[in-house]
Design a protein around this ligand. Structure first.
Ligand code: ADP
Length: 268
């Protein structure tokens, strides 16, 4: 709360007293915090890949050196990865600003849960999390859901990426699904480092990273789960987490079921 004082005058302008104005500035502080977070995100997260691309390109452009093909190829692979990283940051930001202004628009259709899960698995980067085992137990006969296919795939691939990223063993992920009256619940369980109870609710907040060092080593923006939450809420669904430190985590997304009623498409 901010207090300001002002003089109170009569009709002729003579000071007859003092007034105080209280103003709730919580919102302004939040905006300031967001701005500061953005500035630190931009400087830390974008700087590293840009510096590395610049260095690699300068090396390749040197006229006094003859690089062999293998070396050139390795440099190009590095540049490609760095560009991917910048792309991920930019996409997260665009998504995030949309979700924050509630401007996220969904293109919903009836879809089979197993199709979305298969696509999300297929979207994982090729060399990411070498040796990862994924057990996909989502049956073909799960009820249809009413969802934006791309957005839901994005949520699931984010959960899969985290399951691999926050893991110090060979990642083992189990995906399963069940349904109740209104929702299909898809669960992504991992054998990762787990999340302490005191952080569990906060992981869905924007910019929330438990271990900044780990995030920097493995990539990440602290926006992934905030975006997932925004997407799930736009669907009228939910996302939640359970976890045991040192054992693993389970993330569950609940998506409204689809119900076909005569010639009208409606969610259940
Ligand atoms: P980031 O881009 O940092 O991964 P997220 O919003 O996706 O951001 O996740 C926020 C934080 O939650 C992560 O920094 C990490 O500490 C924690 N986290 C997310 N998923 C998992 C997981 N499967 N296992 C352990 N920790 C996780």
């Amino acid at each position: 709360k901010l207090l300001s004082a002002f003089p109170v005058t009569d009709d002729e302008g003579n000071i007859i007293g003092k007034g105080y104005l209280w103003r709730d500035i919580t919102k302004e502080h939040e905006v300031d915090k967001l701005k500061n977070d953005l500035i630190s995100l931009v400087s830390h997260e974008f700087k590293t890949p840009i510096t590395s691309i610049k260095g690699s390109v300068e090396t390749l452009l040197r006229q006094d050196a003859e690089w062999d093909e293998n070396f050139k190829r390795e440099m190009l692979i590095g540049i490609h990865e760095d560009i991917g990283r910048i792309q991920e940051l930019v996409n997260d930001w665009l998504d995030f600003s949309k979700i924050d202004s509630r401007a996220i628009s969904l293109n919903r259709e009836p879809i089979r849960p197993c199709v979305v899960v298969d696509n999300a698995i297929r979207q994982l980067p090729k060399h990411f999390g070498n040796g990862t085992i994924i057990d996909n137990n989502v049956c073909q006969d799960m009820p249809l859901i009413y969802a934006d296919r791309m957005r839901l795939e994005q949520v699931l691939s984010n959960l899969l990426t985290n399951a691999i990223r926050y893991n110090d063993r060979t990642p083992h992920i189990t995906i399963s699904a069940d349904s109740d009256e209104r929702y299909v619940n898809i669960r992504v369980a991992d054998n990762g480092i787990g999340i302490n109870d005191k952080h569990l609710d906060k992981v869905f907040d924007r910019f929330y990273c438990i271990d900044a060092g780990w995030v920097r080593r493995t990539g990440g923006t602290g926006l992934g789960l905030a975006i997932c939450k925004g997407i799930m809420e736009a669907h009228g669904g939910t996302i939640r987490a359970e976890s045991t430190e040192g054992v693993g985590s389970v993330f569950t997304v609940s998506i409204p079921k689809y119900k076909y009623t005569g010639d009208k498409h409606e969610k259940a």
